[in-house]
Ligand binder design. Structure first.
Ligand SMILES: Cc1cc2nc3c(=O)[nH]c(=O)nc-3n(C[C@H](O)[C@H](O)[C@H](O)COP(=O)(O)OP(=O)(O)OC[C@H]3O[C@@H](n4cnc5c(N)ncnc54)[C@H](O)[C@@H]3O)c2cc1C
Length: 417
């Protein structure tokens, strides 16, 4: 290592990358930390960008410096710096095709980017967005001034957040969803009634069971969208939310093993020496199913990034994995938590539902009854942290099962143990 100072290079300056940088500064006071980010903006809190569309926050309000997962000191951040290849035997990365820098330890924290289905023709028109970056949010906010009606393609959480931001700006919004119901990755259609009611109350129009085939435009940009039921909807803005794909293209030919995302071991290390990965781009595992998964969660990226940072300094730290589904948020005025296994149709899981009309709580047990596998709470999310603990720790539940079913589990049961 150069002059006894370790050179840490971090590719991607967001949740995972900056959490790793902060963890390194805690462990190695002399290390040289370089963060390379292809975005033009300094690190910011990505989940806040819908507030840029509503106008409730400015770009400055979202910056990470000061109170985020890193404090900024001793971390050299380069924006507009895309890593276009990695040479693992030379231990160098190439930036913007213009030069190489060397590393002793490299973190790949390049996250993911929106997936744009190729069957949607004309998606390059002005006014078509997929909300991922601060730059996207700024551009959407500007387009609002010429938008009376926006169409959201895809019924996932991120598109719903974008939809609500536009509703707040007074834009009429229609959500087009291929599935029979919104949020199909987080709940089954039968579970979604309360959410659907909340969306209706908020004024969101929803068209289920169909998908977009093409985008209509003229020189002013988007003028409408055509759907696979033969209809067309006039609109001036479209937001595509059809999932994300990990940013791994720049690693082709690098010997780093990719299986959709970057494959790492429990210590966040890749197969090549001195190389680590964390966050949305990394393949991790689900402690409930043991399966390899990728997640799209800020909290997971921070946790995994910190872990990678420690491992890069030599402090061996195992990462404990994360649920394939783990979401706690609010849609319209309805809070909900979905975690672990919640899709139960045509399975032999034991399922209990308590539906009061204004709250919905579903708990899922393993077929042999001795493990809690998942919960979905809508309207009343009390105690979600305890249930997360029981699921994540794979706790035997013989003594508390009836309390779980009757929704009477409380912290005292853990203190007693
Ligand atoms: C609108 C929106 C709302 C969200 N809301 C929530 C929420 O409420 N809760 C939650 O838990 N999660 C939320 N998320 C998801 C969360 O933001 C992500 O899970 C998280 O940002 C992942 O962090 P990351 O560091 O792994 O990657 P990213 O945040 O994707 O950052 C990766 C960075 O690497 C850069 N990069 C990519 N390739 C290269 C390259 N070759 N060279 C250099 N730089 C590169 C990218 O430009 C990017 O800046 C939301 C996401 C969006 C878009």
């Amino acid at each position: 290592m150069a002059e006894d100072k370790a050179r840490y290079v971090i590719t991607g300056g967001s949740a995972a990358g900056m959490a790793a940088a902060q963890a390194i500064t805690e462990q190695d006071l002399n290390g040289i930390i370089t963060v390379l980010s292809e975005e033009p903006d300094m690190p910011y809190f990505r989940p806040l960008i819908p507030y840029m569309v509503t106008g409730k926050k400015s770009a400055g309000d979202m910056q990470m410096s000061g109170n985020g997962p890193y404090k900024g000191s001793g971390i050299d951040i380069h924006v507009n710096s895309r890593v276009d290849s990695v040479n693992v035997s030379e231990r160098t990365v190439s930036i913007n095709g213009q030069g190489n820098i060397s590393y002793d330890k490299l973190l790949l924290a390049t996250g993911s980017r929106p997936y744009l289905p190729p069957e949607i023709k004309g998606a390059d028109a002005n006014g078509v967005f997929a909300l991922r970056t601060l730059a996207d949010a700024k551009a959407m906010a500007e387009r609002v001034s010429v938008t009376d009606h926006a169409v959201m393609i895809g019924g996932g959480l991120l598109n719903l957040k974008a939809a609500f931001a536009l509703l707040e700006r007074g834009v009429k919004v229609t959500l087009v969803v291929y599935s029979p119901e919104v949020l199909s990755q987080l709940m089954e259609p039968d579970d979604a009634l309360l959410i659907r009611n909340a969306l209706d109350r908020a004024g969101l129009k929803i068209k289920t069971g169909c998908s977009a085939t093409g985008i209509l435009s003229d020189k002013s940009g988007v003028t409408g969208v055509s759907l696979d039921d033969g209809s067309e909807m006039p609109c001036q803005m479209i937001c595509i939310g059809k999932g994300v794909r990990p940013n791994v293209d720049f690693l082709s030919g690098s010997e780093i093993i990719i299986d959709q995302g970057i494959v790492v071991n429990r210590y966040t290390a890749c197969n090549t020496p001195g190389t680590y990965a964390a966050g949305d781009v990394a393949v991790t595992f689900d402690p409930v199913t043991g399966e390899r998964i990728m997640t799209g969660l800020w909290t997971n990226a921070v946790e995994m990034g910190r872990c990678a940072g420690y491992n890069m300094t030599g402090r061996k730290t195992a990462y404990s994995g994360t649920f394939g589904i783990m979401n706690a948020t609010q849609i319209a005025d309805e809070p909900f938590v979905s975690m672990g296994i919640v899709h139960t149709k045509n399975t032999d899981y034991e399922v209990h539902v308590r539906n009061t009309g204004s709250t919905y709580r579903k708990v899922v047990f393993s077929p042999d009854n001795d493990r809690l596998l998942g919960v979905l709470f809508i309207g009343d999310i009390t105690g979600a942290g305890m249930y997360r603990y029981v699921i994540r720790e794979n706790m035997p539940i013989n003594e508390i099962k009836s309390l779980i079913i009757n929704q009477r589990l409380h912290y005292g049961h853990f203190i007693r143990n």
